[in-house]
Design a binder for this molecule. Structure first.
Ligand code: NAG
Ligand code: NAG
Ligand code: NAG
Ligand code: NAG
Ligand code: NAG
Length: 954
């Protein structure tokens, strides 16, 4: 039969096969569909057939199970179905910023035993927090703030032994703060927890003494604006890790414990608006204090304390109505960081001497005191208020400092345009700091306890902008810039500001991008500069999702519909590629059936007690099933480092200490035995720095396993997609390209007989701990044999998108087919896009977008932003040229791999790199540098939060 007719017939009869092999678990499908049934405004993609396979927005999958659900700022309305309990592999749930999500949080959430992050910030949930939440043993992050939850804090939360972040603020919670007693759990058991954010509720009763002990590792204790009574327990002084303490706005009484000044790491201390009595606190020794607010308490009359002039980082001193008497030392005003002093309504007397002040000082408010004289010396330019002091009342004169309210000349900070002139924008569009009109994603950032009170000086805010932008870019989001505006301090002393995030290439974001931006903020992945302290974010709805108007109604078609639609809209080439892909799957199935009759491994079977007959392969040893089970700790989940169509990869350790990767074929989908054998034979022959080397194999108990050296940093694809967290700049990409090219050149030109890989792709290039590329997976490799011919005829195999068009037309396999695949890989390195994405073929996209007369060949829009756009990408154009010759239609027009190696070496020299140098830094040190936290030494791993590649932005 004509080959192409056969292909078309296969297309007609086999699409269900394609789907059958890649279906989301039916449990998860049912769960998601019942969620969908109660929601309006679910993303349009939620009307395609299969959540994982079709990539429902906000649904992250691993092994066809749903592991994350991140739908912040989607304008979802409705209630949360108890069927969420079906998503039994769910690890991350983020439904933040959907004010229309109302009703209770269903108790069924407690069946999600793998949940690590529950994030429901700024929704409309109400009713009690289900006590069963305490059974989620993996929970590390619980944010339920800014909802309408009521009832008391379930004591069972004390059972969440891994909890790191607890935010229940801004709800209607009442009752006491639970602590353990008589077998009942309590919050005092959360010894790993760093954040108790319980402010803005109606909590009552005393702050339990038991809550604090030296076992706790709290850094933020925020209990402000509740109805707490009793005194501050002296056990507080045992939690020396504390950095921010807010007890303000309660009904606390009694003296402040003397132990307070053992909290030498505290930088923000708010005890204002209580009924605290006894002597004013002695803050001597709390040398990191930046912000102190003790206002409105009932302290005993006391003299100005000595610590007024010794706390060198003090920015803000608020002691209104605290019975202070005596003269203010001039030394207070010369503290270098001082910004605000409010000492209204005390009995401060004598002469006011401001002396020389720090240039940051903006406000001195001494209204209603007993100050008799003020000596103006002209050195101070901020606001001074002395109204209702003898100095104003008695003289009759009315200098400006005698007015009780003064128009301050403080203009709060606002992001201004960079060096460009904003032009007027259309309807809802906004001009970005780079003067591009776009639809920004908008929300409000709220800082609960900043270390400063200055709303004006730009340095801190500029850093915040930069950190925000960097954080978005490092997650591969196409963000152009961010803008801050509307800075205000509210009655809770929270600093709030509007945040606008502008898209880079288009004028709007798509759903994935919005959900990732919002998630980075809701999940606290983004860390602000330390001076801003704890924060939360409330995102607005986004109205302008890219590419949805035409899609929203009719997108209920199947996967096949999309494939065909995409193919029809795209080029014939794409159609052919897809057909070949489907055909290849059919072939593989048939091959599998065939091998059941014909077992080429029979003579290798180590089980038949004739181990001696196992072929002796140089360097590769035969392992028994038991051995590998032991080395991988019973194939434990903790050692599961990846998976693919063939099965799973486990990490293991040999008795010698050598790390290994065990590739274990799925029981049901055991790979063709011929291919298995080929791989062993070939791999044991080749040894090269840029090829993954085989340690051994296991062919035992019906299992097929290959044991490789362990390559620490996983696949290139994981790094390109952002999954691994390793950021690949231009230099690193060049180095990876060179390594992979050298590996291939070795296979083609130095092996005897030469080896054609046949399946070059980004998941078959692994990165070691120095980011050296190592080519892996010779399962489809084909040795050229000694026939002397320059090609071998063979059935078409490979991965769609990387496949040489000449090869699938002629079935003649040559080294040039690998060169083609390598060219596609080079384009992937440049763009971080899959070869075929949304029906677009990368080779064609680059070819069409290319304009050789322009800088970077006009490819800015297609290039991966993480490559370091904005820096000089030396040699990039030559790299594109090389990639394009590799993907020439005719093999004869493509270079050989050694020519490719030479050209990449030249490009590296152009980019100032030595192609023969060993990497100076390991990726490990890079990771350390990039994950520094502003809050003390929180070393918290968020890598599990994007567990699925489906979450990456397109
Ligand atoms: C305040 O505390 C410091 C250090 O603990 C101590 O030396 C000093 O005497 C105390 N001052 C008062 C007034 O209690
Ligand atoms: C300020 O007040 C204190 C305490 O009431 C008193 O001892 C002192 O003499 C007063 N100083 C002046 C200059 O009035
Ligand atoms: C924020 O940006 C500044 C440079 O502007 C950098 O020094 C700092 O480390 C960044 N902080 C975070 C948390 O990324
Ligand atoms: C800032 O506040 C003004 C006035 O309330 C409002 O119109 C504007 O939309 C706000 N800006 C942002 C970015 O939210
Ligand atoms: C959010 O949804 C409501 C109704 O479901 C709709 O009226 C409103 O326009 C939506 N808002 C946005 C910003 O899309």
């Amino acid at each position: 039969m004509d080959h192409r007719i056969q292909v078309f017939l296969l297309l007609i009869f086999t699409p269900f096969l394609v789907l059958a092999n890649h279906e989301t678990s039916s449990l998860d499908v049912t769960g998601l569909k019942s969620l969908r049934a109660l929601w309006t405004n679910t993303p349009p993609s939620w009307w395609t057939l299969d959540p994982c396979e079709d990539g429902w927005d906000g649904v992250g999958c691993h092994n066809m199970r749903v592991v994350s659900l991140t739908l912040p700022s989607m304008n979802l309305t409705g209630t949360l179905s108890g069927d969420i309990g079906q998503l039994s592999e769910l690890q991350v749930l983020d439904l933040s910023y959907n004010k229309g999500l109302t009703g209770p949080l269903p108790g069924e959430i407690s069946s999600l035993k793998k949940l690590s992050n529950i994030i429901l910030v700024g929704c409309g949930f109400s009713g009690p927090i289900p006590p069963t939440i305490g059974s989620l043993q993996e929970l590390i992050f619980l944010s339920l703030n800014s909802n309408g939850f009521s009832g008391s804090i379930p004591s069972s939360i004390g059972n969440l032994s891994k909890l790191y972040w607890l935010d229940l603020a801004d709800n209607h919670l009442d009752g006491p703060i639970p602590v353990s007693h008589g077998g009942e759990p309590g919050l005092d058991m959360l010894s790993h927890c760093k954040h108790f954010h319980l402010g803005m509720n109606k909590l009552s009763g005393p702050i339990p003494s038991k809550l604090f002990s030296s076992n706790m590792s709290l850094i933020h204790v925020l209990f402000e604006s509740n109805k707490l009574t009793g005194s501050i327990p002296s056990s507080l002084g045992l939690v020396t890790s504390l950095e921010v303490v807010r007890f303000d706005g309660n009904m606390l009484t009694g003296p402040i414990p003397l132990s307070l000044n053992s909290l030498t790491n505290v930088s923000q201390l708010f005890l204002s608006n209580n009924k605290l009595s006894g002597p004013a606190p002695n803050l001597t020794g709390m040398n990191l204090l930046h912000y102190v607010d003790l206002s409105n308490n009932s302290f005993d009359v006391s003299d100005v304390p000595p610590w007024f002039s010794t706390l060198e980082y003090l920015t803000t001193l608020m002691m209104e109505d605290t019975q202070l008497q005596g003269e203010i030392p001039a030394a207070l005003f010369s503290l270098l960081n001082l910004q605000t002093v409010v000492l209204r309504n005390n009995q401060l007397n004598g002469t006011l001497d401001i002396g020389t002040t720090s240039s940051q000082l903006q406000l001195i408010d001494l209204q209603k005191n007993l100050i008799k004289e003020y000596e103006e010396n002209g050195g101070y330019h901020g606001t001074l208020i002395l109204a209702q002091n003898p100095v104003c009342d008695e003289t009759g004169a009315s200098p400006s400092y005698c007015k009780s309210s003064q128009s301050s000349d403080v203009v709060p900070y606002k992001t201004l345009p960079n060096i460009c002139i904003p032009s007027p924008c259309g309807s809802d569009q906004v001009s970005s700091p780079n003067c591009k009109c776009a639809y920004p994603y908008v929300g409000t950032l709220i800082f609960r306890a900043p270390t400063f009170s200055d709303l004006q000086t730009s340095t801190g805010y500029k850093e915040l902008e930069k950190n925000l932008t960097d954080s978005f870019l490092s997650h591969k989001l196409r963000v152009d810039s961010v803008a801050l505006s509307n800075l205000t301090k509210d009655s809770h002393a929270y600093l709030s500001m509007s945040l606008e995030v502008f898209p880079q290439s288009q004028d709007r974001f798509n759903r994935k991008e919005v959900s990732i931006i919002a998630f980075l903020l809701s999940n606290q992945t983004f860390k602000p500069p330390k001076s801003f302290g704890p924060f939360y974010f409330i995102g607005d709805d986004y109205q302008h999702f890219a590419g949805e108007t035409e899609q929203s109604e009719s997108n209920k078609s199947s996967n096949v519909g999309i494939i065909i639609g995409a193919a029809a809209g795209g080029s014939v080439l794409v159609l052919i590629l897809l057909l070949v892909g489907i055909y290849a799957i059919g072939q593989k199935r048939r091959a599998k059936r065939a091998t059941d009759q014909n077992n080429p491994f029979g003579k290798w079977d180590v089980n038949n007690k004739t181990r001696g007959s196992t072929p002796q392969l140089k360097g590769a040893r035969s392992f028994s099933f038991e051995e590998l089970m032991k080395y991988s700790n019973n194939f434990s989940e903790a050692n599961d480092v990846g998976s693919g169509g063939y099965g799973k990869v486990y990490r293991g350790t040999l008795p010698t200490g050598q790390l290994i990767a065990i590739k274990r074929a799925h029981k049901e989908s055991i790979q063709g035995r011929n291919e298995f054998k080929t791989e062993i034979e070939l791999l044991s022959l080749v040894h090269h720095k840029h090829l993954v080397s085989l340690v051994g194999f296991c062919f035992d108990r019906g299992e097929q396993m290959l044991v490789y050296e362990y390559v620490a940093n996983g696949t290139l694809k994981d790094s390109l997609s952002g999954k691994s967290g390793i950021r690949l700049d231009w230099q690193r990409r060049l180095k990876i390209a060179l390594g992979a090219a050298r590996g291939l050149a070795y296979l083609h030109e130095l092996c005897d007989p030469p080896i054609i890989h046949r399946d070059i792709k980004s998941t078959n290039v692994l990165l070691d701990n120095r980011l050296n590329a190592k080519v892996a997976d010779f399962g489809l490799s084909k040795s050229m044999g000694n026939s002397g011919r320059d090609h071998v005829s063979t059935q078409v195999k490979g991965t769609m998108g990387y496949m040489d068009p000449e090869y699938y037309m002629t079935q003649r396999l040559t080294e040039k087919s690998d060169v083609y695949g390598f060219g596609v890989l080079m384009l992937e390195l440049l763009t971080a896009r899959k070869p075929i994405e949304q029906g677009k073929y990368i080779v064609r996209e680059v070819r069409m977008a290319m304009d050789k007369t322009k800088d970077l060949y006009n490819l800015h829009v297609i290039l991966d932003s993480a490559i370091g756009l904005g820096t000089t990408l030396k040699g990039l154009e030559r790299f594109v040229d090389l990639a394009m010759t590799c993907v020439e239609e005719q093999g004869t027009n493509r270079p050989t791999m050694s020519e490719v190696v030479k050209e990449i070496e030249n490009i590296m020299q152009l980019a100032g790199l030595n192609p023969n140098a060993e990497s100076a830094s390991t990726s490990a040190s890079y990771e350390e540098a990039s994950s520094k936290h502003p809050y003390s030494n929180e070393a918290f791993d968020y890598s599990g939060v994007f567990p699925a590649s489906k979450i990456e932005p397109q």
